[in-house]
Design a protein around this ligand. Structure first.
Ligand code: SF4
Length: 273
């Protein structure tokens, strides 16, 4: 279990299940506008605010909510200090994983949808290769600064999957039918780029009806079609609840999840079935 000031591992059942070869640390911020600044650009369009996982698990506790709001305020009010804090946490997590003999995986948007690949430079101390080399070195993003870490996220900001992302950052689109134009845009982005699409189904039974046969011991596949207004996407459904290691999923699938926490009662169109 790793405890940083911003990222932590070992307190998410799904990431714990995935631990073995990898250990995952997640950063949980206060989603949408809870901290007074919108960190989820597409949330109102996608209709996911009410069903957000922010209130699931440890998020039910008041002190956890306060800590998330405080972290998010630090991100908003002093970006440079926040990014330095994140770099320190990542250094700690990399060292922890090395000691433990596992590979580090990090999800920065546990409960946010920040575009970390854009305008989020960081500085990292690295061993000097050349006497004239300055240290710390400025990197365009944490992904460039920590090539030894596998980063991944879910996103509703569909334009992100059109970008040339660093090879150690994997993004999965997050589907919602709360807004037909949004559903169309996600389907189009998936068709254009081949990106995987995460879909939240009403319950385990609904998901299992689609993803029941065992596949490589991690889940199953069956065809499902998502319908926007103009676009549709027909793909196999992969059980995404076995582990959270989205970067290991087969390519070109629907990642099937079942609703947890507040999402169970969602009727906006974010949860299907
Ligand atoms: S589901 Fe994702 S995008 Fe929506 S409010 Fe929660 S963290 Fe933000």
């Amino acid at each position: 279990m790793f405890r940083g000031t911003l990222i932590r591992s070992g307190n998410n059942a799904k990431t714990v299940k995935g631990d073995g070869e990898y250990e995952t640390a997640i950063m949980y911020l206060a989603p949408f506008t809870l901290a007074g600044f919108n960190v989820c650009a597409m949330a109102s369009t996608a209709g996911c605010v009410a069903g957000c996982l922010n209130t699931a698990g440890r998020g039910r506790m008041n002190n956890v909510q306060i800590a998330r709001i405080n972290k998010t305020k630090r991100y908003i009010n002093d970006r440079a200090a926040f990014m330095a804090e994140l770099v320190a946490d990542l250094e700690g997590f990399v060292a922890y994983c090395k000691r433990k003999g596992v590979k580090p995986a990090v999800r920065l948007n546990g409960t946010s949808d920040i575009q970390w690949e854009v305008a989020h430079p960081v500085f990292r101390e690295i061993t000097k290769v050349h006497p004239q080399q300055e240290s710390p070195v400025r990197f365009a993003s944490v992904f460039h600064a920590f090539p030894e870490v596998q980063f991944y996220d879910y996103t509703k900001v569909y334009k992100r999957v059109y970008r040339e992302l660093p090879s150690n950052y994997s993004l999965v689109l997050s589907y919602s039918e709360a807004n037909r134009a949004y559903a169309d845009a996600v389907i189009t982005a998936a068709l254009d780029t081949g990106a995987n699409v995460a879909v939240v189904y009403r319950d385990k039974a609904t998901r299992d009806a689609l993803a029941s046969p065992a596949l490589e011991g991690r889940g199953g596949v069956i065809q499902n079609t998502l319908h926007g207004t103009c676009e549709s996407l027909s793909r196999e459904v992969f059980n995404g609840d076995e582990t959270d290691l989205r970067f290991l999923d087969p390519k070109g699938v629907i990642v099937g999840l079942y609703a947890k926490g507040a999402a169970k009662g969602d009727r906006s169109g974010f949860v299907l079935g």
